[in-house]
Structures are given as C-alpha cells and as structure tokens.
Design a protein around this ligand. Structure first.
Ligand code: GDP
Length: 577
C-alpha cells in the first residue's frame, strides 16, 4: 500500500511538475531567437495598430478612407486561398479537388519559397516569414538546388560560429589579441565578415545582400552591426542563431583596423597579414580604384580571419568579374537576373512591428483594389529638380503608358451601387519624402472622372520631408514602404534609387524607371527596366592583369552591362536571350 502511494506521488510529481517544466524548457529553447526582436511577438495580433504608439501617417492625402481595418479573416489579397487563414497554422483551401495532404505540402512549399527558406523557426517570433507568401505573387524564379544546399550549409556554419557561440567568443578573443600585431594572422575556427552600414536603408539592404553572397562564396560568417535605428525592422534570418554583432563587442568600432586600401596587397606576404582588415567598397570621389574583384586580392583576403565590410552598394556584379568565384556562382545562380530577388527574400523578413504596419496598411487601403500601382518618387534635391517638373514627368509617364487613366470633366457622383460593384478599382500607392505628389494625384482623381471609368484611389503612407540618419521610426517607415511597393502589380521607380531596387526585387516586378527629368532631357520620360537586379553604381575601373582602364565592359565580361538608369554603373544581365 505504501509502495502504491509512493508510486502515486511520483507519477503526480512527474505529470504535474516535471512534465510542464520539460515542456516549458523545450518551448523556450525553440523560441530562443537570441536577438533584438526576442519576446516582441508575445501576445501580438495582426491589426492591433492602436496598441503601438507609432502609427504611420496616412490620411491627409488619402482620397478615400472607406475601408476600415480588416482582419486576416477577411483578407482578400493576391492569394484567394488565404481568405480563411486566421493563424499561420491554418491550412488554406486551395481548391475543392485538392486533398488535405496536398494542401499542407503546397502551403509549406509556398511558405518556404520553394525551399529557399528552412522550416523550424518559431512562427510567432517572425510572423512575416510564414505569411508573406499570401501577399507576394508566387515567384516564377526558382532557387537552384545548389543554392538551397549552400544556404543549408551556411546555416550550419552560422549555428557553429555565429555571435554568442563558443567558437565565436573564442575566435573574437584571438582576433582581438592579435589585431594590432600584424606579423601573422591568427588561426581561428571560423572566418568572419562584420557588415557596416553606409547611406540610406535601401543602400544598406543591397549591400547586406552582397556581403551575404560574399560570405557564401568565401565560407565566412556574416555578422551585422545594427544600431538602435534598425530595431523592429528585420527578423533574424538564420535558424537558431543571431546575425547581430553583440552590443558589447570590442569590434563595434572598426577604427584603427588596417585598411585594405592601405595595404600593398600584391606585395604582401603571409607573414604580414593582419587578423582584421577594413574593406572599403563605398563610393568616394578620392577612392578611384578597387582591386577587390581580382583573384590575387581575394586569395590574400581569404587568409584574414575578420573583415569589416562597408559598401552601401550592390557589389555582386564584381564577383562575376572575379574568375575564382565563377564556377560557384554559375552553380548557385543558373538564372543570373534573380540573384537579389532570392537573396532579398531569403534575408529580409519584416519583423513583427514592421509586419503589423505593412499588413494593416495593405488591408486597410490596398486589399480591395483590382490593381495596385506603386509610384516611388525619389527627389534628392527639390531645388535642382523642382516638384512641378517631376509631377509633369510622372503624369506623362503613367498616362502615356496607360498605367493610370486620363481624366475628363467633373465627376459623376450619382453612380448606382450595382455599378459601383462592377467598377474597376486601381489603387495608387505613392511613396515620397514630399506630400505634393500624393496630394496632386488625389485632387486630380477626386474631382474628375476617368476616361476608362475606373475608380482611382491614392494613398501616401508618409511624407518625411527629408532623409534622416540613425532614426528608428524613419527607417521603419522606409522599410514598410519599400515592402508595400513590392506588393504592387505595376511599379514605377526613380532612376538610381536603391529604395526602388529593393521594392522591385522583393516583388519580382520589372518597373518603369523615371529618368532624371532635368539632366536627361533627350531621354524618354520613363522607360521599362529590363532586369530585377540592382545597379552597381561605382564598379571597378581597371583590369586585374595589366591595370589598364576597362574600356568595353560587354566584350570583357560576360553577363555584365551598363545600367540604364545610371550608365556609369554595371548590372548583371542575361545575355543568352
Ligand atoms: P536611395 O537614396 O534612393 O538610393 O535610397 P535609400 O533608401 O538608400 O536612402 C533614402 C532614404 O531616404 C530612405 O532610406 C529613407 O530614409 C528616406 N526616403 C527616401 N524616399 C522615401 C520615401 O518615399 N518614403 C520614406 N518613408 N522614406 C524615404
């Protein structure tokens, strides 16, 4: 009897105390994101915008505010199968003939973007990762099996040597201790890149993607230096690890690190390689040459455990100029024009705070449209490029190319409700630092009927007036708007703007480019872009072997051409079509 009561006690302890503890510990382990966004998602619901003290500044240019905030239950995005989705665990009803297991597999395949993403993440810590496929059109560009295998291997490497791991801590100590001793580079378990931010958010995103590809090509671990200005923007991209440089890292400051430019790379013997080096790929008027694209420099850089990389540019085309990278690149990207599309969708998932703003705005203002037209209007200097000139250019571009309808007379207000339901609705998302553009378009379509009978509504989420640096809310708005633009069916972007490059690549949308209306008087007002790839604005200038100036890019480098929107720059193109 006593033995029986003892057993009873033990089973009580196991079931009511030990099991829940084991369960909790398992959950905590799975949920640990080690990062900036840890814990943010707890208890957060999509659509709860008023819980936040930040709301994106919508309405003063909004033509029509007829849609209230809609929950995902009523969501009618691109993918009608998402209508019934309440939580990311629900299975969307694809069509009546499909079997449940097929639905699960299809949903999983869509969610993981054809294998680009890995499963196993805690969905609540990054809601966008499991929901973005309801908003973006399915991509016709499939990641190659080789790219997928490289990503899975990279994730393993990052788990082994990412920040806060034992290997990382040990390696960083070794590097710190030998940093100033340039006699011999230190022997470490892994090698690293610390990415440093430069310029605006669009520039930073394209340079992070380039740095990540460089990490894949050179078996390095990518660590990013994010300040407070990036809180709430991006999820952690790598499973069960962080890519954030710890705040207390002695490598937060790259000053006093040997610069790549200062070294005579060609004459450097192994004996004199430092443990850390600063690689500056930024554009600067004085820095007119870089031999980063040359095999011999890559060979020497490969021996240095830690590289600080600052670029603010999309330097991926330079890898295609570097012979030692060619084979790997060809295997990873048999389709050369979707590199940033894949890297961007792999790396940049809006964190919950950003995702809440994106989905709320989308559902409130854009979901009901038959067609969404995104206009990204980047005016760097309104004094040299007056708003009226830009406005005329936008109208010429969108009306002449029938992206938006012309207007006539005054509006007929007495449309019956049945006609209203039949009317085609085009909603225009305007992003700009200046409110004039949204306001002008709103006035135009509010007061006049369109020749096609379409209803046009115009929304401009914010008008920040000027670019700000190091400002978290400002960056959040910029990221939200880049992402919203990527959800457009038709996209118009501004020449040379990396803000627009991010939107087009995430959305797989070949945009119309607005050229500089002042300098390019003999050019078209706008023209259709020909690839999703960003332009490398300030590329290498010289050949590696003889140091002579690169004259004819097309005959020297396969798949590289000058950009349409910035002819000095280079971009990857598919030359076989
Ligand atoms: P780029 O300068 O056009 O190549 O784009 P970047 O994103 O690198 O830098 C421009 C920065 O200015 C953005 O990151 C924002 O901070 C701000 N900005 C420019 N245009 C807009 C806009 O339309 N909306 C918002 N919210 N911010 C903008």
């Amino acid at each position: 009897m006593e033995e029986y009561s003892m057993r009873l006690k033990i089973s009580f302890i196991v079931s009511f105390i030990a099991l829940p503890i084991v369960f909790m510990v398992t959950l905590m382990y799975q949920n640990s994101s080690f990062g900036l966004f840890e814990g943010f998602s707890k208890g957060m619901a999509i659509g709860g915008m008023n819980q936040k003290n930040f709301t994106i500044g919508v309405p003063n240019v909004t033509a029509n505010n007829e849609f209230g905030l809609r929950s995902l239950d009523n969501f009618e995005g691109r993918n009608k199968s998402a209508v019934k989705i309440k939580s990311s665990k629900s299975i969307p009803l694809t069509n009546s003939t499909s079997t449940p297991s097929k639905e699960i597999n299809d949903d999983e395949k869509d969610k993981l973007l054809d294998g680009l993403l890995v499963s196993g993440f805690d969905e609540a810590s990054c809601i966008s990762r499991s929901q973005s496929h309801f908003y973006h059109k399915p991509s016709p560009h499939k990641p190659s099996p080789y790219l997928i295998s490289k990503l899975r291997k990279y994730e393993e490497l990052h788990r082994k040597c990412g920040p806060n791991t034992r290997a990382y801590n040990k390696d960083m100590k070794i590097i710190a201790n030998s940093k100033n001793n340039s006699k011999k580079s230190a022997a470490t378990t892994c090698k690293y890149i610390i990415w440093l931010p430069a310029n605006g958010l669009g520039n930073q995103i394209i340079s992070m993607a380039s740095s990540f590809l460089y990490a894949l090509l050179t078996d390095r671990v990518l660590v990013v230096q994010f300040g407070k200005d990036k809180e709430g923007l991006f999820c952690e991209p790598f499973l069960n690890s962080t890519w954030l440089l710890p705040e207390n890292s002695s490598f937060w400051d790259a000053q006093n690190v040997v610069t790549y430019q200062s070294m005579e790379m060609t004459n450097t013997s192994n004996e004199y390689l430092p443990s850390a080096m600063y690689v500056d790929l930024k554009y600067s008027p004085t820095n007119d040459e870089r031999f980063f694209h040359c095999d011999h420099n890559q060979f020497l850089l490969s021996k240095i455990p830690l590289l600080f990389l600052e670029a603010g540019q999309y330097f991926v085309p330079s890898f295609f100029m570097t012979p030692i990278f060619k084979d790997e690149l060809n295997k990873m990207f048999p389709e050369i024009t979707s590199i940033f599309h894949h890297l961007g969708r792999y790396l940049f998932h809006p964190a919950n705070e950003a995702w809440e703003l994106i989905t709320s705005f989308y559902q409130q203002h854009l979901a009901k449209a038959n067609e969404r037209v995104g206009l990204q209007i980047r005016v760097v200097n309104p004094y040299s490029t007056p708003h009226q000139v830009v406005m005329n250019q936008i109208l010429n571009c969108t009306l002449e190319n029938k992206l938006l309808p012309k207007v006539r007379g005054t509006k007929n207000m007495s449309v019956s409700s049945s006609d209203k339901n039949k009317t085609i609705k085009k909603f225009v998302l305007v992003t700009s630092l200046f409110q004039q553009y949204g306001k002008n378009l709103t006035n135009m379509y509010q007061n006049k009927s369109t020749v096609t009978g379409e209803v046009i509504e115009v929304y401009q989420p914010s008008s920040e007036k000027e670019q700000k640096f190091g400002d978290n809310k400002h960056n959040l708005k910029a990221w939200v708007e880049m992402y919203l633009l990527s959800l457009s069916d038709v996209l118009v972007t501004t020449y040379q703007s990396t803000f627009g490059y991010v939107a087009k690549a995430l959305g797989n949308s070949i945009p119309w480019i607005l050229y500089n209306p002042v300098h390019n008087t003999n050019k078209e007002i706008c023209e259709r872009e020909f690839t999703l790839e960003p332009c490398y604005h300030y590329p290498p200038l010289h050949y590696c072997d003889d140091g002579k100036v690169i004259q004819d890019v097309a005959s020297s480098f396969h798949n590289i051409r000058h950009c349409k929107d910035f002819p000095f720059g280079l971009k990857l193109v598919n030359t076989s079509v």
